[in-house]
Write a protein that binds this ligand. Structure first.
Ligand SMILES: [Cu+2]
Length: 494
């Protein structure tokens, strides 16, 4: 045991309230420098400012403050709420300390993970800016081919600089994005007949899962040479160690984002009560899926509805993670430990106009007649590091070339060795055709951008290139693996 590190055992759980990040407030267009014409391609955009800056964050009331890198001063960053049909222009300012020395790197890249935007606005890993510099991004918030099963989704934004994504995300550069439209309308009282009226406002709660290691002085501990990906001993939700949330006896929507470096989570309620999964990475499922637990890997999102009206006032329910993970490569066991992530305290009644509809949306099935190529993407370990198709990350050479307006079938495989790899593609979602030759489980039948591959596992994906030519980054979302150098890119040509 490293005695300089803070041990988690001495911290009291459930003493800090769950922090809920506020929504990013619009920046008046008049206050930012003139936008180039391209930012008006989808109409007049809403403007936002994101400033990367150092700020102190307290992981637990009994811990000293931790100096982190944040978006706009908070960890996690503010929630960005988008509305379908209204584009957004982002001004990103790198205000980090140019003299910083330590893990990570102050040259940063912003990636809109799960968003549908041009590769130029997506966060190419070499497109970094230095402290004191800024750049702009256009997020169209349009629907590919008017296929509205792409929306709405919980996506997220995080740093993506080549070789240092792990350290930079660990520093705190991560936040959630909530996309809305007329169906998933951010209003449980919506009178529009197409609105689903899912729980909204204070009853729509982000749950960003993560794990950290701190030094005894409260500073971040990070081992940049750990090529397995670091797993921490402090279990955090929205940046707090094992917080509590007072809830009313009614339905809640919870948006899980696994923002860990490498740790997997398998979560359940401490009384084993069922809940409903309504959405995954790429938006709503066709129908809610009742489950008693949920497996989530780095980068992945799932949304659930929990109905606390089933329980009497005064009930306390812990959110339990039963994955025991000792290194970044894979879980040591599932189901043998019970790690409380947070506590729900049912302390009041409240009206509940929200609904859990039997049907959520229709998802357009894959059109295999559009498939023009089948590719194999092989994740494996060789030469002491992580590879894709026998190659390390190379920004100059694509894994392969694709054609805009077509679709492809990708067979992704993970070599043996006991390692697990969450597979991620930028710009476009995919649909899972099969997993190890079987239909995927119900909760993986929506649109996805992360799919965990266990050791020796394979999956077949359907991916369509709708609109944007350019470089689509492909990588393992265990960010330790990604940095060393399990990342490639696909050249989508017009
Ligand atoms: Cu991996």
């Amino acid at each position: 045991m490293n005695t300089k590190l803070l041990q988690a055992g001495g911290l009291r759980p459930f003493v800090d309230a769950l922090p809920i990040p506020g929504r990013l407030v619009e920046t008046p267009m008049s206050t930012i420098p003139a936008l180039a014409p391209r930012y008006f391609e989808y109409g007049i955009p809403k403007c936002y400012t994101i400033r990367e800056q150092e700020a102190y964050h307290q992981f637990h009331r009994d811990l000293p403050p931790t100096l982190m890198w944040t978006y706009n001063g908070t960890f996690p960053g503010p929630i960005i709420a988008h509305r379908l049909g209204t584009a957004a222009a982002f001004r990103r300012i790198n205000d980090l300390n140019p003299n910083y020395r330590g893990f990570g790197i102050v040259e940063t890249v912003l990636h809109n993970h799960g968003g549908w935007q041009s590769p130029n606005d997506d966060g190419w890993p070499m497109d970094f800016i230095h402290p004191g510099e800024e750049r702009y991004y256009l997020i169209p918030n349009q629907v590919p081919d008017n296929d509205r099963s792409h929306w709405a989704s919980t996506v997220w934004y995080h740093d993506h600089v080549a070789d240092h994504t792990a350290g930079n995300v660990y520093h705190g550069l991560a936040g959630m994005v909530n996309q809305f439209d007329d169906v998933d309308s951010d209003n449980e009282n919506d009178t529009n007949p197409v609105a689903l009226r899912l729980p909204s406002g204070a009853y729509d709660v982000p749950l960003v899962l993560g794990d950290y290691i701190l030094n005894r002085d409260g500073s971040l501990y990070f081992d940049q040479m750990n090529d397995a990906g670091q797993v921490g001993n402090l279990f955090c939700v929205n940046g707090k160690v094992q917080p509590y949330l007072n809830v009313a006896r009614r339905k809640y929507r919870f948006r899980f984002l696994c923002a860990s470096q490498a740790r997997h989570f398998h979560v359940k309620l401490s009384n084993g009560a069922p809940f409903h999964v309504i959405a995954s990475d790429g938006g709503l499922l066709e129908a809610p899926v009742e489950v008693t637990n949920l497996y989530i890997v780095p980068g992945e999102r799932y949304e659930i509805i929990v109905d606390f009206s089933k329980f009497p006032l005064g009930t306390q329910l812990a959110l339990i993670n039963d994955v025991d993970q000792k290194d970044g490569n894979k879980p040591a066991s599932i189901g043998r430990v019970a790690i409380p992530m947070m506590l729900f305290v049912i302390n009041r009644d409240a009206p509940d106009p929200s609904r859990l509809p039997a049907k959520l949306q229709s998802i357009t099935p894959p059109d295999l007649s559009k498939v023009v190529a089948t590719r194999t993407i092989k994740f494996h370990r060789s030469k002491g590091a992580w590879m894709i198709n026998d190659r390390f990350w190379n920004p100059d050479v694509p894994l392969f070339r694709c054609r805009l307006g077509t679709a492809e079938r990708w067979i992704i495989t993970n070599g043996s060795g006991g390692w697990e790899h969450p597979f991620h593609v930028h710009v476009e979602n995919y649909q899972v055709l099969s997993r190890d030759g079987q239909r995927p489980p119900m909760i993986e039948r929506g649109r996805k951008d992360i799919l965990n591959l266990g050791s020796g596992a394979s999956a077949e994906l359907y991916i369509q290139f709708h609109r944007f030519a350019g470089r689509y980054t492909v990588h393992c979302h265990n960010v330790g693996h990604e940095d060393l150098a399990m990342m490639g890119w696909v050249d989508v040509q017009p």
